[in-house]
Each structure stands twice: as structure tokens, then as C-alpha cells.
Write a protein that binds this ligand. Structure first.
Ligand code: HEM
Length: 503
């Protein structure tokens, strides 16, 4: 009998370790000295390994953006922030990265979120994105959103009515919960007609006192580092995952509800206030590829509208509510201006187009959006059919609104809330540096809806109520972590108010 071949274990392990070390060393040499990005300035460790970025974003929880700001202060407008990406902080290059589109300047996204969503927002390929966006362009147009005005006003009146019940009661209201519920109601109205998405749907008044859970790991950072784990998780049905984490039951319920709502919409063909519903538009669109005309696509699109269109607007409203209440001069200037268009006891809201012409109100809203840092971080883009060249470098770049919105040359005392910046902006530099909605072909499609909520909501709150802050400080609106959206510091109880009186 032949004796079996025995591979000596120790030398095999040694060989594996040696090969691994050679691989690591050659990769390090390439990244540091041979990569086309190697001459771009930046910290020593960042180009070597993704673990450097992950330490700040994954382990420390959304903190890399603050390091990136420091890098720019040290190294200038372009820095290398990981083995393959650079970060730019230069508004003059913004519109090149976030180009207006067309077939010449296509911009792809890269995988960026924990989950790989099949929605327009997360479509990597520019050409497919263009078709998906064209399919919903009409219901997001200014004209379509204007038609929604009576419904938005009704939702605001209902919300304010609930707040009115708290007048003089000493009840402590978490204002973020009020704004979140309002924005959820509006998205529900926008997507599904009369149906409501909000927590208050079943008269759940407790929602007004709810505190959002802010202690969460930065899943997106983990998703970027270990995409295969999330690819695997995505394949498991939500109801099965919920066995491990009960909170996912809510997500499962939400998923089913959205499905039922879309079914309702698609069953009827009545145009809403003369404007076709967004799902009817998709179903009938000549732009949407036939493969997308399926229920699962509509569902994920609806979920993305809810995700993109609620927390962002609510966070701007919460931020500005704090700053206005914390600064009596701002409050009284705002009220004086509102009286010019709402002289009659301030109960009837004027058309949004009238409110949009008020410069101080506009300054308040713009500062609220700017300082809420809703989507603070870099939004990387690749250009499939041209080279992006900045100061001679060919790149995979991104810029961060947080850095542009805190540029002291444009926004002196950047963390101060100063509505007058927007009024005194004679050379348009403040407006030019404002990129909260990003820009170009992949910028926010919901911008008209956001402003259609912001103007009347702010006008209604500050004209109808006497509020006072309750145990709330600037820390409660501070931007502490970049988790694609921004989070407040751990332990913050949010912006809390008491309703002293109501008109
Ligand atoms: C103050 C409020 C808002 C802010 C600051 C904001 C910000 C942004 C930003 C920065 C992007 C680009 C993200 C990226 O490049 O990855 C975006 C995209 C998007 N937003 Fe908004 N948003 C707001 C309100 C809304 C609202 C009310 C909706 C309504 C549904 C909405 C829906 C969307 C959608 C669908 C996209 C993806 C667009 C595309 O892929 O072409 N957003 N938003």
C-alpha cells in the first residue's frame, strides 16, 4: 500500500503568511508611491488602507467628516482620504462633479449605503438613473407640488391643532416628533393620496413626546467595509430577521403597509387635483424601462421617498425652531415680517408663493437647512464617459456640504444662526455655497416639496404660538455624527418646548 502524501503544516502556513505579507507590502507600495493619486496631499495612513476611514466612521460612529475638515485646513482644497477616493473642498469644482446631466456628463454613483437599494436614489448607473428620474419628474415639478398646497395646509393645520391642545398644560413636547409626524403625513399624502403614514394616524398623541433613538451604529460605514455581509442579509426575509431583532417587525409592517397603499393607488385611476399620482406616472411612463414596471420597484421607490423626504425636512424644521426660540430678536423680527402677510389674527395661511417672497423668513429657513446638515457628507461620483480633472489630477471625487456650509470666509461665525446672511448676500456667494440639496442630474428631486412644507410650517408655528424651550441647549441641535444623515450628540433629549399659549 502506498503511504499517503503528508504536507508539512508548518512550512505551508509559513508560505501563506509570506505570500500574504508580500501582497500587503506590494499593495502598500502601490497605493503610496505608484497610484495615480499618490502625489495628492493627505494624511499618511489614509491612502494605505480603508481601515483608517473605518476607524472614524465605523468604530467611532460617523466622525471621519470632521477629520476631513481638518485635512483640508492642513493640506488645501484637495486631499486623499482613502486608497481610491479624494475629497475636494472647492465650490468652483462643485458643478463639474455634480453635473447637470445630459448624455455628455453622465455621473455614476458607487455603492455607498449599507443596503444596495433598487431605487432611483441608489441607482449606480447614470443612464438607468436618467430614465428612472424622468419617469417621476412631472409629479415632483413645482406645478404638481403647488397643486398639493391645500392638502399640505390641512396637514399643518391638523398638526398645529394638536399642539394647541398642549397650550398652558406644561406638557413637554419634543418638537422633532411634531415635525417628523408632519413630514410623514405630507409624504403619505404625496405618495398615496388621502392615506396617512404618520404615527399620529391612529390618534396616537404620545408620538408628540417621543424621543428618536439616536444611539445607532453607522451601518453605512459597515456596509462599505463589508458589503458581502449586507448582500447576504438583504436576501433574508424581514420577518426572519425580526426573530433576532424585534424592531425589524416594524420595518416588516411598514413594508407591507406601503405595498397595500400602492395597490390602493394603482386600483383607481383618478387624477389627484388634476395631477397624476407618482405611481400612475411610473406605471404609464415611456421613460421607465419595462423591467422596472413591477410592484417591487414601486415599493422600494416609495420607501426611498419616505426615507429621503421626512427626516431631512423635519431636521431643518427642528434646528430652526431651536435657534428662533433661543434668539428673541430673531423671533420678533420674523413675527413682524409675518404680520405683513398675515394680519388677520394669523390663523389663515397665505399662499406659499407669498411666503416665499419674505426675505427674513427665507433667511430663517435657509439657515435651518444649512445648520441641520441633513446630508452632510461627501457624495462620491464617477464619470463614465469623461475624465474629471482637478488641478491636474484624475479623480473619483466627492464634496461635503458640511465643509462648504461651515466655510468661515463665506459664512463668518459659521455655526451661528444668522438669517440676515441671506438678505445681505449681494454677491451671491452665500447662495453659491449652499449645496444642501446637492446639485445636477442627481441632486434632490424633492426640493420643491421640501420648501412647500417649510414655508407654511414655519409661518404657522411662529405666528400662532408662544413657545418656550425646555431644558434644551445648542448641543441638542449640534451635528455630531455623519451617518449619511446627521445625528445629534449621544444623550441629547432633542429640542423640547412647552406651549405657553396659542392663537
Ligand atoms: C430639507 C430637505 C431635504 C434635503 C436637505 C435633501 C437633500 C438631498 C440630497 C443632498 C440628495 C442627493 C443625495 C445623493 O447624491 O446621494 C437628495 C436626493 C433625493 N431626495 Fe432629497 N432632500 C430633502 C427633501 C426631500 C424631500 C421632501 C423628498 C421627497 C420625496 C426628497 C426626495 C429625494 C429623492 C427621491 C432623492 C434622489 C434623487 C435622485 O436620485 O435623482 N428629498 N436629497
Amino acid at each position: 500500500m502506498e503511504s499517503p502524501v503528508i504536507i508539512p503544516i508548518a512550512p505551508a502556513i509559513q508560505l501563506c503568511i509570506t505570500l500574504f505579507l508580500i501582497y500587503v507590502a506590494s499593495q502598500a507600495i502601490y497605493r503610496l508611491y505608484l497610484s495615480p493619486l499618490s502625489s495628492i496631499p493627505g494624511p499618511k495612513w489614509a491612502p494605505l488602507t480603508y481601515w483608517y476611514e473605518f476607524y472614524y466612521d465605523g468604530y467611532q460612529g460617523g466622525k471621519y467628516i470632521f477629520k476631513i475638515k481638518e485635512f483640508h485646513e492642513k493640506y488645501g482644497p484637495i486631499v486623499r482620504i482613502n486608497p481610491h477616493h479624494v475629497h475636494i473642498n472647492d465650490i468652483s469644482f462643485y458643478d463639474t462633479i455634480y453635473a447637470p446631466g445630459g448624455t455628455k456628463h453622465l455621473r455614476n454613483k458607487i455603492r455607498w449605503l449599507a443596503m444596495d437599494l433598487d431605487a432611483m436614489f441608489d441607482t449606480y448607473d447614470a443612464a438607468l438613473h436618467r430614465n428612472r428620474r424622468a419617469a417621476v419628474a412631472s409629479p415632483f415639478s413645482k406645478q404638481a407640488i403647488r397643486a398639493l398646497e391645500p392638502a399640505i395646509f390641512q396637514i399643518i393645520d391638523d398638526s398645529m391643532g394638536r399642539l394647541k391642545k398642549m397650550a398652558g398644560t406644561n406638557a413637554i413636547v419634543n418638537i422633532h416628533a411634531v415635525w417628523s409626524n408632519l413630514t410623514q403625513e405630507v409624504i403619505g399624502q404625496y405618495c398615496f393620496g388621502a392615506s396617512s403614514m404618520s404615527n399620529l394616524r391612529e390618534g396616537n398623541e404620545e408620538a408628540l413626546f417621543m424621543q428618536a433613538d439616536h444611539v445607532a451604529p453607522n451601518l453605512h460605514a459597515w456596509g462599505r467595509m463589508f458589503p458581502w455581509v449586507f448582500n447576504l442579509i438583504e436576501k433574508i426575509p424581514m420577518s426572519v430577521l425580526a426573530v433576532f431583532d424585534r424592531r425589524l417587525l416594524d420595518a416588516d409592517k411598514f413594508d407591507k403597509e406601503i405595498g397595500a397603499q400602492i395597490m390602493n393607488v394603482l386600483k383607481t385611476d383618478e387624477p389627484r387635483i388634476g395631477i397624476k399620482n407618482v405611481f400612475h406616472e411610473m406605471r404609464d411612463s415611456k421613460h421607465l424601462p419595462p423591467e422596472d414596471k413591477r410592484f417591487s420597484y414601486y415599493k422600494v421607490e416609495a420607501a426611498s421617498f419616505v426615507a429621503a423626504g421626512t427626516e431631512t425636512t423635519a431636521s431643518a424644521l427642528t434646528t430652526l425652531t431651536y435657534f428662533v426660540l433661543a434668539n428673541p430678536d430673531i423671533l420678533s423680527t420674523l413675527r413682524e415680517e409675518l404680520k405683513t402677510v398675515m394680519p388677520d389674527g394669523l390663523t389663515e395661511l397665505p399662499p406659499t408663493s407669498t411666503l416665499e417672497n419674505l426675505p427674513y423668513l427665507t433667511g430663517v429657513i435657509q439657515e435651518g437647512i444649512r445648520l441641520s446638515f441633513s446630508v452632510p457628507g461627501r457624495l462620491p461620483r464617477t464619470a463614465p464617459n469623461e475624465e474629471l480633472v482637478y488641478k491636474g489630477y484624475r479623480l473619483l471625487p466627492g464634496q461635503s456640504s458640511y465643509l462648504l456650509h461651515t466655510d468661515e470666509k463665506v459664512f463668518p461665525e459659521p455655526l451661528e444662526f444668522k438669517p440676515e446672511r441671506w438678505i445681505n448676500d449681494t454677491d451671491f456667494s452665500v447662495r453659491r455655497h449652499f449645496v444642501a440639496f446637492s446639485r445636477g442630474a442627481r441632486g434632490c428631486i424633492g426640493i420643491n416639496l421640501a420648501y412647500a412644507e417649510l414655508y407654511p410650517a414655519v409661518a404657522a408655528l411662529f405666528s400662532r404660538f408662544e413657545l418656550k424651550l425646555y431644558k434644551t441647549s445648542g448641543r441638542d441641535v449640534e451635528f455630531a455624527s455623519d451617518m449619511f444623515i446627521s445625528l445629534r450628540p449621544e444623550g441629547s433629549q432633542g429640542v423640547r418646548v412647552q406651549v405657553v399659549s396659542a392663537a
